[in-house]
Design a protein around this ligand. Structure first.
Ligand code: NAP
Length: 306
């Protein structure tokens, strides 16, 4: 397998796969590094309803697979290794994984973000035994069971609605009395017969031994804490950027997102960032793809002019 490329892209979500498509079509030798399966967060999404051109929506799995096929068709090589470090080396860059080291003239960071955990007692111990961060992956295990969903954003509403296919009842626990989600998702969730809301409250603990049996719900106004029986807990309280491998290499903001200039270049010339990992990104599939295109064109310009 070649170890030298024109462009190395880190992350195979919408941003990374679009960057790969554009870089490959520009006849740049392109490698895309992905830890698991290409598709990123889209691959874990049931249905995408706001990607233009699909009036009836498209499943996350289908669009992810099609994007991967399209990038591969033009020559992108997908390497299933997690990147651990990037270093500048003689006007190029060295990308290290646990097994190998690779070289590239330009780098595109598209490593996205991962779902945040609550950090409450019992949560970690019961992951996979009732606690989940992915409705598409785990929803089917909860047929006719009662679930708690935490969060008030688009993810909590969209995934909560998906879970109604399986669960008998879903209780959304939100720390305020107003949702953050877009109006269309709020309306659907509020009108759904299987979905109830507990407002001004947080999940303060998860109970159970080999299987989750209940959560503790605390009212943030009265501080009253009560057990609440449920078979599963799905947590959607936002994301953190996947940038631990970038510390000390490019400038990150206070939350760990990659800072970029106008052409999506980072603080290091020749290194570009796009999609959810980028500070200021609007976190939509369509914008992630647009940024992937922009980063690839900027990387091409950089390679041709240095
Ligand atoms: P988000 O918009 O940041 O919402 C996170 C939610 O979790 C908020 O309601 C927040 O409460 C709550 N929260 C945060 N920390 C918490 C904690 N420690 N305990 C309890 N609750 C907590 O995150 P997201 O829903 O994952 O969405 C991320 C981005 O992706 C957004 O820009 C969203 O629009 C986008 N997205 C879009 C779609 C779509 O277009 N269909 C689908 C999914 C995601 P507060 O409201 O009080 O802050």
């Amino acid at each position: 397998m070649p170890q030298n490329f024109d462009v190395i892209i880190i992350g195979g979500g919408g941003a990374g796969l679009t960057a790969a498509l554009y870089a490959s079509r520009a006849k740049l030798s392109t490698a895309l590094f992905e830890k698991l399966v290409p598709g990123g967060q889209i691959a874990l999404t049931d249905i995408v309803e706001n990607y233009p051109g699909f009036p009836d929506g498209v499943t996350g799995g289908e669009i992810a697979t099609r994007m991967e096929q399209q990038a591969k068709k033009y020559g992108t090589q997908i390497i299933y290794e997690g990147v651990e470090q990037i270093q500048s080396a003689n006007k190029s860059f060295e990308v290290k994984t646990a097994k190998n080291a690779y070289q590239a003239k330009a780098i595109i960071i598209a490593s996205g973000a991962f779902y945040r955990q609550l950090g409450v007692p019992g949560e970690k111990e019961l992951i996979g035994k009732g606690v989940s961060y992915c409705a598409v992956c785990d929803g089917a295990f909860f047929k006719n069971q009662e679930l708690v969903v935490v969060g008030g954003g688009d993810s909590a509403m969209q995934e909560g609605l998906f879970l109604t296919r399986f669960a008998s009842k879903i209780t959304v626990v939100h720390r305020r009395d107003q949702l953050r989600a877009s109006p269309i998702l709020q309306e659907r969730a509020k009108n759904h017969e299987k979905i109830n809301f507990i407002w001004n409250s947080v999940v303060s603990g998860v109970e159970g031994k080999d299987k989750m049996t209940a959560v503790k719900i605390k009212n943030v106004k009265t501080q009253e804490e009560k057990p609440f029986k449920a078979n599963g807990l799905f947590v959607f309280i936002g994301q953190d950027p996947a940038t631990s491998y970038l510390k000390g290499f490019v400038d990150l903001d206070e939350k760990g997102y990659v800072e970029t200039k106008e052409n999506l270049e980072t603080s290091v010339p020749g290194v570009f960032a796009c999609g959810e990992v980028r500070a200021g990104a609007v976190k939509q599939l369509v914008s992630a793809c647009g940024e992937g295109c922009e980063a690839a064109l900027a990387a091409q310009h950089y390679i041709e002019n240095t």
